[in-house]
Design a protein around this ligand. Structure first.
Ligand code: DX5
Length: 229
């Protein structure tokens, strides 16, 4: 499908946690398409971050959709709470639950849009039998747990493989990439097949500020689409 739009989704990970409501409003004002909350349990990844109450407290500070990226060992345990907190999308890692198919069904039953994430070592084939349950596939281009890591360009063939799987499925499924994404590699990420780009440090470290960073990533990605047209 010749989708000519590139979505920019900030990770809240680098934000000022003492002012999260204001930070969320600033991201919306900067023109982001959605906001991603990196939920970490200190077990699936060696870091601990946001729960549903913190996300819920920020829900009314912006109108853009929220995504809950569950980097947790037991996504089933609290999944519905993230939907109730106002997350339209719930991203489950293929590596986390014992029964991935059931976990994704639970997201849909809770009223959320289900997404499945793949860590760098996990093959694209891990999602082959759950594409009928998801609205998005997330390919990680870092090992999850921290922002500011180097982008793994070695994941680009996997992005393309997932893109081809989605096209063969005939389903309208978003393809998202998360990890080390910024203006310098956005074109490569889009050329590989992604249309939803998650960025954290590249947004907050941009010398022109959030809006300039969002514009730089989006225009680099959309230029790649134009070049490929
Ligand atoms: C890793 C996180 C990060 C974050 C984006 O667990 O998921 O990838 O969202 O951070 P940057 O853009 O700094 O890699």
């Amino acid at each position: 499908m010749a989708d000519q739009s590139v979505l920019v989704v900030p990770s809240v990970l680098p934000a000022d946690y003492s002012r999260l409501g204001e930070e969320v409003k600033a991201l919306e004002d900067a023109g982001v398409d959605r906001i991603q909350w990196d939920v970490m349990d200190g077990h699936f990844v060696p870091n601990l971050t946001f729960g549903p109450d913190i996300i819920g407290a920020c829900r009314d500070h912006a109108s853009v959709p929220f995504e809950a990226h569950l980097m947790v060992s037991d996504p089933d345990a609290m999944m519905s709470q993230y939907v109730d907190a106002g997350c339209e999308w719930v991203i489950v890692h293929a590596e986390a639950p014992i029964h991935l198919h059931r976990s994704l069904e639970l997201v849909n039953k809770a009223g959320g849009k289900a997404a499945v994430a793949l860590n760098p070592a996990t093959p694209a084939s891990a999602v082959a039998h759950v594409l009928d349950l998801v609205d998005m596939v997330l390919v990680m281009t870092v090992n999850p747990g921290f922002g500011g890591q180097d982008y793994l360009s070695s994941m680009e063939p996997k992005v393309t493989e997932v893109r081809d799987m989605i096209e063969r499925s005939g389903r309208d499924i978003d393809l998202e990439v998360d990890g080390g994404v910024g203006p310098k590699n956005a074109a490569a990420v889009v050329a590989a097949g992604a249309r939803v780009l998650v960025a954290g440090s590249a947004l907050y470290k941009h010398e022109g500020g959030l809006e300039a960073a969002v514009d730089a990533i989006r225009s680099a990605g959309e230029q790649a689409l134009a070049d490929d047209a």
